[in-house]
Design a protein around this ligand. Structure first.
Ligand SMILES: Cc1cc2nc3c(=O)[nH]c(=O)nc-3n(C[C@H](O)[C@H](O)[C@H](O)COP(=O)(O)O)c2cc1C
Ligand code: SF4
Length: 592
């Protein structure tokens, strides 16, 4: 570990408080934690209240405000990692190194803990060591990691094979078979003009691939028409939904298409600046992205008068996240880009009118931007010919779990669940989780349903559970994920995710009763209906679906079907209702 040169750090980041998360990332990487001294120094130098810097340092999971091991090992704890044996591998590493889970070894050399999904579900189990991803863990690789740590070898000097990340592509369609040259979409946009480029995008019917499915052309038009002296384009490369990794592949193999899409957006809406918000887990993409940006500047694809087009200046800046799932939510992402904690904003107003620094901002998913670049070259009608009427184009799926060929598959929108199961060699699937823990759990009776916005909407994750899996274990994993990732801003989600986790844990440990299930369901509905942002709205979807579609999975773990506790929590909360003057249905834990 090396003490950070704070003066140099501040200069590199232009003394710009919006770069605070990036500065803290550098302090963390250099010194292994963010000490109170550094917090005071940065606050003073940036003219920020100390509490603000401390709040940011405390918000992001990758920042440690108390010392951790010189080698900080974080095992990816997605359900697919667990299905591939991550728990035993973690225990093995802990035993080899003589350190307890979640602890720092007495000599401060190493700590071993868990983190949320690292986006390597097709090549898990995975871990991060000092932020660097290692996948395809086996006993032999764990032993090698332990040896490197004991030898105190710098992570950069570890065998490069450990850090190899594969882009596993099994099926290509419009996007993945594209051979557009860097700048081709931009030239097409210049030839057409900004308004006609926007018209073409509207004609394509392209809908955002980040989950909500908002029409991309309408989003761009709203930002273009919104008043404001300046506008911004943000590429959402946070990809935090467990089970999703297709954006990693797009950024690794199709980066110029992503950058073309961003620049076309800048041209169409009149923006001069773009950001890529890259999840911290994809640190290995930082150097290639910086290199691609430098190459584009050299080729006049970025900078002043892009490609000689007078008056169109466009720059792109890379910003890395620091281990926060909620920062994928567009308004939380913008807060993070501004150097703050990633707390979702109240909406409206939406980012298209009040986004980065209060200015009109388009936030688009990586895949959306790639599709927009293709539309710009090939036209809206070409794109709309593929997929379904309500969901034009193709979809890139991240397939993981119990199948022969995990990896990335691109298919036209409207593919059925069964067709994707067949393509990836999944036999005897008991269930599929579409779109990650916040998405939809489907049983075999629904495998004929279509993966499209009008039927099963998806942000691209497709996780398969074979017939031998216990789906309650899946729900336990998801409940822990949401309790960990809740930003804590609003009470229904902050308290609800923890209570739900405890209830599901109790059921899984065979200590639960029917009443626990009832309370969990009531909580789930309360969170869905009253949380501040979509994280809280969807955090309980997995348990509601499990109860609706796989009830015996829950029932067989109940210790008693009939037991009723003597303590009535809802009754105990009556004084609180009286004080707040609320006695409506939602003020009750349970309708009794
Ligand atoms: C908790 C949460 C996490 C999200 N994570 C991502 C993400 O990692 N990537 C993404 O593109 N969209 C994510 N979204 C959706 C974004 O808020 C936003 O809708 C999307 O980036 C818009 O891009 P699109 O129009 O191209 O789909 C997330 C939403 C929520 C509520
Ligand atoms: S719903 Fe959860 S993640 Fe969203 S603001 Fe509330 S506490 Fe934060």
């Amino acid at each position: 570990m090396q003490a950070v040169d704070v003066k140099g750090l501040l200069e590199r980041h232009r003394h710009d408080p919006t770069r605070l998360v990036q500065m803290l990332r550098e302090v963390q990487a250099a010194e292994g934690w963010i000490s109170p001294t550094r917090i005071t120094e940065l606050a003073g130098a940036l003219g920020l209240p100390r509490a603000r810097v401390e709040g940011v340092a405390g918000f992001y999971a990758f920042f440690a405000t108390t010392p951790v091991g010189a080698y900080r090992v974080l095992f990816s704890d997605n359900i697919t990692d667990r299905m591939l044996g991550s728990v035993a591998l973690r225990e093995r590493l802990c035993a080899k190194l003589g350190v307890g889970p979640g602890e720092v070894r007495a000599d401060a050399r190493v700590s071993v803990a868990v983190t949320s999904c690292t986006g390597l579900c097709d090549q898990g189990p995975a871990l991060l060591v000092n932020g660097h991803a290692i996948g395809r863990l086996t006993d032999a690789r764990i032993d090698l990691i332990a040896r490197c740590i004991e030898a105190q070898a710098p992570v950069e000097a570890w065998p490069p094979e450990l850090f190899r990340i594969d882009d596993v592509i099994h099926r290509k369609d419009l996007i993945l078979s594209s051979s557009l040259r860097p700048g081709e979409a931009l030239r097409a946009a210049f030839a057409r003009g900004a308004d006609a480029t926007l018209e073409e995008l509207l004609r394509s019917g392209l809908r955002g691939r980040g989950g909500a499915g908002f029409t991309t052309g309408e989003k761009w038009r709203a930002a273009k028409l919104a008043p404001g002296p300046t506008r911004f384009v943000v590429c959402n490369a946070d990809e935090g939904e467990p089970g999703t990794f297709k954006d990693r592949v797009l950024l690794s193999r199709y980066l110029d298409l992503v950058l073309d899409g961003m620049t076309v957006c800048g041209f169409a809406i009149g923006a001069q600046k773009g950001f890529i918000y890259l999840r911290g887990e994809y640190l290995f993409l930082q150097a290639p992205i910086e290199a691609a940006l430098a190459a584009r500047r050299k080729a006049h694809l970025l900078g002043r008068d892009v490609l000689g087009h007078r008056g169109f200046d466009f720059e792109v800046e890379l910003h890395l996240g620091a281990g926060s799932y909620v920062c994928g939510e567009e308004s939380a992402l913008i807060e993070s880009l501004e150097g703050k904690r990633g707390i979702p904003r109240s909406r409206p107003p939406y980012p298209v009118t009040h986004g980065y620094l209060g200015q009109p901002t388009v936030v688009n998913n990586v895949e959306t931007l790639v599709a927009a670049a293709l539309v710009t070259v090939n036209g809206g009608a070409w794109f709309a010919k593929h997929g379904t009427a309500k969901s034009p184009g193709t979809r890139v799926h991240s397939v993981s779990g119990d199948c022969a060929r995990p990896g990335v598959y691109e298919f036209p929108m409207g593919l059925t669940v069964q067709e994707l199961l067949d393509a990836c060699g999944a036999k005897n699937a008991q269930a599929v989780q579409v779109s990650g823990p916040s998405g939809t759990l489907l049983g075999p009776a629904e495998f004929r349903r279509k993966l499209a916005f009008e039927d099963v909407a998806t942000a691209g994750a497709f996780t398969i559970f074979g017939e031998t899996r216990d789906l309650l274990d899946v729900s336990v994993n998801f409940a822990h994920f949401f309790a960990h990732e809740s930003c804590g801003f609003c009470t229904p989600c902050r308290v609800g995710t923890t209570l739900l986790k405890k209830s599901i844990d109790a059921i899984a440990a065979e200590r639960g009763t029917r009443r626990d299930v009832k309370v969990a369901l009531r909580l789930a509905v309360l969170m869905r209906d009253t949380s501040h942002c979509a994280l809280g709205h969807t955090a309980c979807a997995h348990f509601l679906a499990l109860h609706e579609k796989f009830k015996p999975t829950i029932d067989r773990r109940l210790s008693s079907l009939e037991f009723l506790p003597t303590f009535d929590l809802d009754e105990a909360l009556a004084p609180a209702r009286e004080v707040t003057g609320r006695d409506d249905g939602q003020a009750h834990l349970e309708d009794t």
